[in-house]
Design a protein around this ligand. Structure first.
Ligand code: ZN
Length: 403
């Protein structure tokens, strides 16, 4: 994935100076990803990487018949991951329609054309290579400097094996250097994809656990010292062994600079600014800023999807419309349900509700003015709160409600 620039100010994030988000808004999106297939992709890609590493002891038959299949399969996985990434912020916004898709592994192997068969035959008197328009190994194209280049689409390292044989024990060395370089290049082409998968899986395995079990421990925001204690408690549960996506991996030190940013509206602001080379490094930085600003992802108690709690307003439920009735949201439906439950089971609420209905009927029959009804409403809520706090006998409470 690409490197991107992010500036932080207050609870806001500006990506590449254009795209605005709130702290942890992006993490919420990653938490809501369907990550069931990520682990499979991750394991498959690890295997593929081993399969396409160029080995000096490769068997000719494998080179001719199976190597290409593995390359194509690996490229398919990379393309799938690229497509998944392009659906996610911030890439979705700032890469939208910007560039033609480049199959990176194919491009990587094309940097080492001398190791692969290209099917070109050399005539006995030819002074330069004459490529066909296309054959089963690839097609003729032009490179950046307008020179002819034969672009490989099928990879058969039998040429590498022939050259290895020819070089024998001679100290020619260049073939060995090329193989080593190609293998390093393959590794550095694939490793950002493995990192991306780890970052996505870390959201599900680490941030979700930390938030669910250590931060949302009561129906409200924690105080600063409580947050610190809870984080400490969580970190003690992390094991130093095992897969890195099971740990809240601290990111490499990022150079922070300070930049003045002029948003389209409003006065200039002084931001902390970073260049991120991975989504994981961004999420880590953003997460802790969000923690301090009380901008926290929370799993909805009704639909189970993650949503963002913004500062000062805590809720257990999100504001997505319900599937069965889009005039209601998880939040409105759940608070209504809580209220109904209370009215059904709690005697203090039952008495309040009965009295409310009686007064409302009086008001409808014009036996009470609007002002009188409102005044009674305030009075009744005060009584109810006293009764809940145990500051009043229940009989007294019921009597006073009827006034
Ligand atoms: Zn919900």
């Amino acid at each position: 994935m690409d490197t991107f620039h992010a500036m932080f100010w207050d609870a806001k994030v500006f990506v590449n100076k254009r795209y605005h988000y709130l702290n942890n808004e992006i993490l919420v999106r990653y938490l809501n990803m369907d990550t069931g297939m990520m682990e499979n992709l991750y394991n498959e890609l690890h295997d593929c990487e081993r399969g396409i590493t160029l080995r000096m002891d490769m068997i000719m038959e494998f080179a001719e018949r199976q190597y290409n299949e593995r390359v194509q399969k690996t490229q398919q996985i990379l393309t799938k991951i690229d497509n998944l990434g392009l659906e996610m912020p911030p890439y979705k916004e700032y890469l939208a329609g910007k560039q033609a898709y480049e199959p990176r592994l194919i491009a990587c192997l094309n940097r080492y054309p001398h190791l692969f068969e290209n099917g070109v035959e050399y005539g006995p008197y030819a002074t330069r290579t004459v490529y066909p328009e296309h054959n089963s190994y690839g097609y003729l194209t032009t490179d950046d400097c307008d020179g002819e280049k034969f672009w490989l689409t099928r990879f058969d390292p039998s040429k590498m094996l022939e050259r290895l044989e020819e070089s024998g024990n001679e100290e020619d060395g260049s073939i060995f250097i090329q193989i080593k370089q190609a293998n390093e290049d393959i590794k550095s082409t694939i490793s950002p994809y493995l990192c991306w998968l780890e970052d996505v899986m870390r959201a599900q395995n680490v941030y979700a656990k930390l938030l669910d079990k250590y931060i949302h421990i009561r129906h409200g925001f924690l105080k600063e010292y409580e947050l610190a204690e809870q984080l400490e408690r969580y970190l003690k549960t992390e094991s130093l062994v095992g897969r890195s996506y099971l740990r809240l991996a601290p990111v490499r030190p990022q150079a922070v600079t300070h930049e003045v940013f002029r948003p389209q509206e409003g006065a200039p602001i002084l931001c902390d600014s970073y260049d991120f080379d991975s989504i994981g490094a961004f999420l880590y930085t953003d997460f802790f800023r969000g923690l301090r600003n009380n901008f926290l992802p929370k799993r909805c108690g009704n639909c189970g999807k993650w949503f963002l709690l913004t500062h000062g307003k805590y809720s257990d439920y999100c504001e997505r419309p319900l599937d069965e009735d889009d005039s209601k949201t998880c939040r409105s439906a759940s608070s209504r349900k809580k209220y109904d439950d209370k009215c059904r089971t709690d005697p203090v609420w039952q008495a309040y509700n009965r009295a409310y209905k009686a007064h409302y009927a009086r008001y409808m029959k014009k036996k009470m003015t609007n002002a009188e009804f409102e005044k009674w409403g305030v009075y009744a809520i005060k009584l109810r709160e006293k009764a809940i706090a145990g500051e009043m006998e229940f009989i007294e409470y019921e009597r006073l409600l009827k006034v």
